[in-house]
Design a protein around this ligand. Structure first.
Ligand code: PBG
Length: 322
């Protein structure tokens, strides 16, 4: 007898009854890029429809985010000055710290996550303190903890270290606790691969390394078991949420993280994923809406509980239309 799988695809009612995964705007986190200066809303050339915002214009984007019903943002800062040790990154009046205070003023409910890293702030563009040409792991830990505490002081709900130094979660957890921020959560970029998909972001954040690459700290794209090792270590050290990044080419990693852990999993659909789809859509090669929703759904299906995406606002609108 023929087994008839098509019965359950007969019409949209039965299809929705058997649907295993759905997208919701509750799943999305939107990245915001903040800059010093006044009256700036400047489109990021590598990330169509995403902007650099000065603090006095932030209200526009924050109210749009809230109106659309997006619950979380991740804040990236571009400082005016960079130096060897990235000192603007832990300055109480640094760009992210000021932006967090401003966003808290504008919205009491929006959940604020901050990216904790040094690459936007160091003159050499590496994610930590250098010793010669090497990124010094333990010297960097102290700075990362300082950054995390300064973000927490400004009002961040969650800090998200993206540097890939060893031991940073434990170091940061202790520093946050000692400074009275027991309730500030940590989302670890636990399995962050050394990926060419970050290209457009580095243009957006002016954070490209000035020499060498990030292969001594970010993970080798050839490895998957190593991701579980990194994830386990970070959970052990106190990470509340772990992230897999990039998302699209690493769905297998998301899936195995889901199967092997019990903390929530965040997928970061990175700038290169966004840029590829945008370019293909502009060339009329694909239907942008369908492709984006399919991609985001694939991340959910793989096991992501939440997704950081430059498409968050657009996708929230598209979901309503479906
Ligand atoms: C900072 C950081 C990067 C991204 C997020 N945080 C760049 C990098 O590691 O080079 C990339 C995000 C994206 O491509 O969308 N370390």
């Amino acid at each position: 007898m023929i087994k008839r799988g098509r019965r359950l695809r007969e019409n949209s009612s039965i299809r929705s009854l058997v649907r295993e995964n759905t997208l919701s705007k509750n799943d999305f986190i939107f990245p915001i890029f903040v800059v010093e200066g006044e009256n700036i809303k400047e489109e990021i050339s590598s990330l169509d429809g995403n902007y650099h915002w000065s603090l006095d214009r932030l209200e526009e984007i924050i109210s749009e985010i809230e109106t659309l019903g997006i619950r979380g943002v991740i804040v990236f800062g571009l400082p005016n000055v960079k130096d060897e040790c990235g000192s603007e990154s832990y300055n109480h009046n640094g760009i992210v710290q000021k932006a967090v205070r401003k966003i808290k003023e504008l919205s009491k409910d929006l959940y604020i996550i901050t990216d904790v890293c040094m690459c936007q702030y160091t003159s050499h563009g590496h994610c930590g303190i250098l010793n010669g040409t090497k990124v010094d792991n333990d010297a960097t830990l102290e700075k990362l903890a300082e950054i995390a505490v300064s973000h927490a002081k400004a009002g961040a709900d969650m800090v998200a270290p993206s540097d890939m130094m060893d031991g940073r979660i434990l170091y940061m957890r202790n520093a946050l606790d000692e400074n009275g921020f027991k309730d500030v959560a940590i989302m670890s970029y636990a399995a962050k691969y050394c990926s060419a998909f970050y290209g457009p972001f580095r243009e957006a954040a002016h954070s490209a390394p000035q020499f060498g690459d990030r292969k001594t700290y970010q993970m080798d794209p050839a490895n998957s078991r190593e991701a579980l090792k990194e994830i386990d270590m970070d959970i052990e050290e106190g990470a509340d949420i772990i992230m897999v990044k990039p998302a699209l080419s690493y769905l297998d990693i998301i899936k195995s993280a889901k199967e092997n852990t019990s903390v929530p999993i965040c997928a970061y659909s990175v700038s290169g994923e966004f840029a590829m789809v945008k370019a293909a859509a502009k060339a009329n090669l694909i239907n942008e809406k369908s492709v984006v929703l399919e991609m985001l759904l694939s991340m959910k299906r793989a096991g992501a509980d939440m997704i950081i995406t430059y498409y968050a606002l657009q996708a929230a609108k598209w979901i309503e239309e479906v």
